[in-house]
Design a protein around this ligand. Structure first.
Ligand SMILES: [Zn+2]
Length: 70
């Protein structure tokens, strides 16, 4: 299935970018306590328009928004 325009734009957003209007949370947030001073969190989202899935991560070493292509 083709990725919708909102998801194409979402994949380029930075960590401060908010999920677009059709993205809904599909799971509980995963908290990784990690090393001090702080760990990071991951949250999965799925687009209600094109069914694309994203993981948002606050890990500085990861992309803020990772698009999982089907
Ligand atoms: Zn989409």
């Amino acid at each position: 299935m083709a990725i919708c325009d909102l998801c194409m734009a979402q994949a380029k957003k930075t960590s401060s970018g908010k999920p677009h209007e059709s993205l809904e949370k599909i799971d509980e947030v995963r908290i990784f306590p990690g090393k001090k001073p702080r760990g990071f969190e991951e949250q999965d989202y799925q687009c209600q328009k094109c069914q694309a899935k994203f993981t948002q991560s606050t890990n500085k070493n990861d992309l803020a928004w990772t698009l999982w292509q089907g």
